[in-house]
Design a protein around this ligand. Structure first.
Ligand code: GRF
Length: 223
């Protein structure tokens, strides 16, 4: 597909730009490090896309900060090494991020994916992986930054919300947008029902945006 946008007919959600098809086939596998705090459905979407050869990548490591998080069993299922780095054991955010960087480097990570990482990151992490830290957020940024983005959208009374994948900078939920999906809000939506529909879209665009970001970098470095 050559158009810049694409409608997903199955649930009438618009994704823009279009998810690149086979964009990475000629390149060597991307080495991903995933940061996750809880459920890990985005982690799983990435693992499945790799397994289905929709994304030419390998998950080198999954770092989590909450002991007992559901994402641990997902990593086990996909035989991805997981490392617990508990932020509660570090003096400040910078020290915590230094340990994250060290771990990512030990596992030879190139791209850092914050897939439900409920921590504010610092320059320490961002500078170690310039333009290669990616975040997913459950709103159409720049609307509804921060926590409880789904609740914020419901309270604001907007009729369309969605999700965004973007490159990370030091400001929370900020940085160049890679891909977005729009999700209509239904009259009887609760935070749970709406978040569930947003997550269906998240699982598409997280994969698409990784491919897009990597193919952009390849284009730049080969030109
Ligand atoms: C997602 O809604 C993501 O946008 C937000 O945290 C949630 C993580 O979901 N940053 P999961 O853990 O990947 O299921």
């Amino acid at each position: 597909m050559t158009t810049e946008t694409q409608v997903l007919n199955s649930n009438s959600c618009l994704i823009s730009p279009a998810i690149p098809e086979n964009a990475l086939q000629k390149y060597s596998p991307l080495k991903l490090g995933i940061l996750a705090s809880g459920n890990g459905s985005n982690f799983e979407a990435i693992a499945e896309a790799i397994n289905n050869q929709k994304l030419n990548a390998q998950i080198q490591v999954m770092i989590y900060n909450n002991p007992g998080a559901k994402v641990i069993s997902r990593a086990e299922k996909w035989s991805v090494p997981s490392v617990l780095l508990n932020h509660r054991e570090y003096k400040n955010r910078e020290e915590f991020d230094s340990q994250i960087v060290k771990t990512l480097q030990e596992y030879d990570v190139e791209w850092v994916i914050m897939a439900g990482w409920m921590r504010i990151v610092t320059k320490v992490l961002i500078d170690a992986f310039p333009n290669q830290v990616i975040n997913i957020h459950p709103s159409l940024l720049p609307s509804f930054k921060g926590i409880k983005a789904v609740e914020q959208a419901l309270q604001a009374g907007v009729k369309i919300t969605g999700c965004t994948v973007h490159l990370v900078d030091v400001e929370v939920d900020n940085g160049p947008i890679l891909m977005q999906a729009a999700v209509p809000i239904l009259p009887d939506d609760t935070p749970e029902t709406l978040h569930e529909r947003i997550q269906v879209q998240e699982h598409q665009i997280i994969v698409g945006a990784i491919a897009l970001a990597a193919s952009k970098n390849e284009t730049l470095s080969s030109s």
